[in-house]
Design a protein around this ligand. Sequence first.
Ligand code: ADP
Ligand code: MG
Length: 285
Amino acid sequence: MRIYISAPAMWFKRSAICLASESTMVGPGTRGSTVLEGRDIAYSYPGATKPVFADINLFTKVDEFIAVVGPTGTGKSTLLRVLAQLIPQAAGKVFLDGVEVTRPSPKISLVHQSIATFPWMTALDNVKLVLAGTGMDEQEAVALCKKMLSVVGLQGFEGYYPKEMSGGMRQRVAIARALAASPEVLLLDEPFVHLDELTANEIRKEVYDLVFNPATTLKSAVLVSHNLHEVVQLADRVYIMNSSPAIIVDIVKIDLPRPRTERDSGFLDCVDELYKGLNLKTAKS
Ligand code: ADP
Ligand code: MG
């Protein structure tokens, strides 16, 4: 079954539904042009007897937030590293704005699950790290990093050291650093997993807004998460990975109005739909 949905504006009130669809779904319902695309990707770790995943097809459109879910060990983190070209795929290709990407690009920025700040550097210097070697003028670099710290709500904390900041603030620094590279795509590998729920919730909302904030270059985001409530809160489409080697067993479109809360009608139905999808071992035909 192929499902087409009329193109919604970002905050347009959409019907409260989530739709399971086949992995090749591309239609008038998807917004704008393709930003990041992984086509027929496979990856094997050196010395492994079989690939971690194979035949992965995934894309993001402009102003689209997608998520990837799957059991631990299915290869979600590996997939993000391939999409960022930090490791080379065994098969397939990665494209950004229709152009093949074969090496790490500042346009594709990865935020890791562990909060990666250097304790001996201030928040500002931690963010500035990403600009090292770009040749950017010092004043320009400082201005850009300050702007990104302010975008993530850390204005006034530029001179703080990680030990003076909460886990949530440190993760914001990591996100500001990813943004300072002026990426088009933000890849988020379980970025909220070490945060308390209140902080995580606050940063989730910020991260979603960032994708659509004209002060950033971001066009779309890919979130890896185990938290299906978080996924339903944030994602427009969810790729479900399973099996071994892993494949995309299902894609679920989350078509709920934003901003979303668990009290919204249809929210928990979407969570259930994802649970069901996670029990699939093979792709729907
Ligand atoms: P996920 O993020 O979905 O939990 P990962 O991408 O971390 O999964 O790992 C996928 C598989 O690849 C797992 O079986 C894991 O043990 C294996 N793996 C991860 N990193 C390495 C590595 N550096 N060398 C060899 N195998 C690895
Ligand atoms: Mg992982």
